[in-house]
Design a protein around this ligand. Structure first.
Ligand SMILES: *[C@@H]1O[C@H](CO)[C@@H](O)[C@H](O)[C@H]1NC(C)=O
Ligand SMILES: *[C@@H]1O[C@H](CO)[C@@H](O)[C@H](O)[C@H]1NC(C)=O
Ligand SMILES: *[C@@H]1O[C@H](CO)[C@@H](O)[C@H](O)[C@H]1NC(C)=O
Ligand SMILES: *[C@@H]1O[C@H](CO)[C@@H](O)[C@H](O)[C@H]1NC(C)=O
Ligand SMILES: *[C@@H]1O[C@H](CO)[C@@H](O)[C@H](O)[C@H]1NC(C)=O
Ligand SMILES: *[C@@H]1O[C@H](CO)[C@@H](O)[C@H](O)[C@H]1NC(C)=O
Ligand SMILES: *[C@@H]1O[C@H](CO)[C@@H](O)[C@H](O)[C@H]1NC(C)=O
Length: 570
């Protein structure tokens, strides 16, 4: 009755199919449509049709209540934007979903930035903010609001440039940052080298981190991932650890090779590669950044140039005892990138996009900024990385188009539920700036994969919620010309994009059997809440390298965190 299809079989088809589609009628395409009205320096998909954008009030055209906006909802159906009222300054924060589907935005900026002698015309101090965006089902965002009142809800410690991820109990873990804005590096006086949680644990007392102390001063926006056993992998500067939340221990892993440093202001990017049944072996890929020394402070910035080459290094590690013993394996991108972003695609490919060929993150630091930008030579062509291809043959840019819009500092990017890539923002300037080489960028561009212009599989009768380790069946419609011997089902957290890091981004492949008549798909949800931290997800089906639209599904009980362990232990 049911045909069992292994992932190994489907992976073998990728490269061949990608080449075929580029020479056929369908191809990768950049399509520009609409403007965001606020700079999309953080973005997160909050519903099937809406992306929440966060910025700062430094001259945005979009208005709300008679003043400029700094938060907005982008509608992917109408390519139009609606202002959202934020009361504190969201600039340079992060965020993620809780297990109950509520999105939380954390941290931000004070009203006065003294380094630039700058005072915001509107907005309150956002450094301790915990903003709440409740699940909002109106497709146009009517009635969707951001609750933002630090007197009622706040972090324990002020955090600028912290990272936020959802963990195994559905809470958020907030990692690192600095207490006040800095011109460039983290500083010993103001470092927030601690972890805290929302909802709070430990009576709200932040946990100090030796790892964050050691990785000073280029350790802002640490790249952190929940592993399939619930422990947390972290990389900051050129160092990496595994943190055990329950035991509070840090296990030191090898440094990134060749002195390459990958966190702000030396931004590379990083991702947990797709996890596959039955073993869900975690592998991490870290790309870009710089090999410039970290033996500097904020008074040494004249030593840095916007023309210093960015690193072309990608480093990959398998987080098993053997993999850790083997250490990081080095590969090279076609070019160096400062501030790249990684997008996991539903077929398991990894898209590396945006960033600059030279210089650094942040602004007005180096001796020769371009306008205010510490970076130059924007990289305009994305590249694909196939994690399952043999080493040396993983990078491929056949058929990938080139844009003419630079996306450098303060830009963001996300896979959308439609299956294409939303690209917005870029503003390496303290205030809204026009006429510069790197102006404030409001134009939205989508990168459409080849499958956007062909008949696609359709998912129907997807349950709104599924428990862990459960078999469930959905209806599918598969276009007749597609070879249904090659299918992949991806359960994805689309992540939160801020400062070249897509926090909580995750792809778990599901065990899937297609019925003989190709109309029903039998699936098994992830075994437990450590393999997929409980919370919202999108389900995508890829048949013969053509991907369906993603359908939203709540994974786990949907209860308010902290939630107990669910499913089966592996
Ligand atoms: C832009 O998006 C709108 C709304 O989806 C659509 O009607 C219009 O055709 C699009 N324009 C282009 C150039 O794709
Ligand atoms: C876009 O949204 C604004 C409100 O944010 C509205 O005034 C305008 O009419 C909309 N434009 C289109 C083309 O839908
Ligand atoms: C900010 O103001 C102080 C005091 O007026 C001044 O000393 C300093 O140079 C100013 N800094 C900048 C970056 O303009
Ligand atoms: C990582 O950076 C530290 C501090 O600069 C340096 O001492 C160490 O040698 C680096 N590790 C590697 C593998 O390059
Ligand atoms: C540092 O990175 C640059 C740019 O990729 C490269 O040309 C240079 O050889 C690297 N230096 C070392 C010591 O690895
Ligand atoms: C798919 O079929 C195989 C072989 O019959 C079976 O072991 C597996 O449990 C099935 N998976 C699902 C999700 O039904
Ligand atoms: C989810 O939990 C948070 C934190 O307790 C709470 O503020 C929020 O209202 C909850 N959302 C839902 C939909 O219950």
């Amino acid at each position: 009755m049911w045909t069992f299809l292994t992932l190994a079989v489907s992976c073998a088809f990728h490269l061949a199919r990608a080449v075929e589609t580029t020479s056929g009628g369908s191809r990768w395409q950049f399509v520009q449509n609409g403007t965001t009205g606020v700079v999309a320096l953080q973005s997160i998909v909050v519903s099937p049709s809406l992306i929440l954008l966060l910025d700062q009030p430094t001259g945005n055209p979009l208005q709300i209540d008679g003043h400029q906006a700094w938060a907005a909802l982008w509608n992917t159906e109408t390519n139009n934007v609606t202002a959202v009222d934020a009361s504190t300054i969201t600039f340079c924060g992060s965020g993620g979903f809780l297990s109950n589907g509520t999105m939380i935005s954390t941290g931000g900026t004070p009203m006065v930035i003294s380094g630039n002698n700058f005072t915001y015309p509107v907005g309150g101090d956002g450094q301790v903010a915990v903003r709440v965006f409740e699940p909002c089902n109106d497709p146009a965002g009517v009635g969707c609001t951001l609750f933002d009142d630090p007197t009622k809800l706040h972090l324990a410690e002020a955090r600028w440039y912290a990272s936020t991820i959802r963990i195994f109990d559905g809470s958020l873990m907030i990692v690192g940052g600095i207490h006040i804005p800095t011109i460039f590096f983290n500083t010993p006086e103001e470092a927030a080298n601690t972890f805290e949680f929302f909802p709070p644990k430990d009576g709200g007392i932040p946990r100090p981190s030796a790892f964050l102390d050691r990785s000073m001063p280029a350790n802002l926006f640490p790249r952190v991932f929940p592993l399939p056993d619930g422990k947390i992998f972290m990389v900051a500067n050129n160092q990496s650890i595994i943190y055990d939340i329950l035991k509070r221990t840090e296990t030191v892993l090898p440094d990134i090779p060749n002195g390459v440093r990958v966190t702000n202001p030396y931004d590379g990017t990083a991702t947990l590669l797709p996890l596959s049944p039955p073993d869900y072996i975690p592998e991490v890929l870290v790309c870009g950044g710089t090999n410039t020394t970290d033996q500097l402070t904020n008074i040494d910035l004249h030593q840095l140039s916007s023309q210093d080459p960015a690193s072309d290094q990608c480093s990959r590690i398998t987080l098993t005892p053997e993999g850790i013993k083997k250490g990081w394996q080095v590969e090279r991108m076609p070019e160096g990138r400062m501030m790249p972003e990684i997008i996991l695609m539903p077929n398991g490919q990894v898209l590396i996009i945006n960033g600059a060929g030279t210089g650094y993150a942040a602004m007005d630091g180096v001796r020769d900024p371009i306008g205010n930008s510490n970076a130059d030579n924007a990289v305009m062509t994305p590249v694909l990385y196939d994690p399952s291809a043999p080493r040396g043959r993983r990078f491929n840019r056949d058929g990938l188009p080139t844009t003419d819009i630079a996306r450098v500092y303060h830009s963001s990017v996300s896979l959308t539920p439609d299956g294409n890539i939303f690209i917005a923002g870029s503003n390496p300037n303290p205030v809204v700036t026009t006429g510069a080489k790197f102006s404030s960028e409001y134009r939205v561009e989508y990168l459409n994969p080849p499958f956007m212009s062909v008949p696609r599989p359709v998912l129907k009768n997807v349950p709104k919620q599924v428990a862990f380790n459960k078999k469930f069946t959905i209806d599918v419609m598969i276009p007749i010309h597609l070879d249904a011997s090659s299918i992949q089902v991806a359960l994805m957290d689309l992540g939160f994009s801020s400062h070249a890091f897509h926090s909580s981004s995750r792809l778990v492949f599901l065990d899937a059997n297609l019925s003989k008549d190709k109309k029903k798909l039998e699936l098994t949800s992830p075994p437990n809440n450590r393999i997929y931290p409980p919370g919202p997800a999108y389900l995508f089906l890829t048949v013969d390298d053509v991907t369906s639209k993603g359908i939203k599904i709540m994974v786990g009980s949907g209860a308010t965190p902290p939630v107990p362990d669910q499913g089966v232990r592996l």
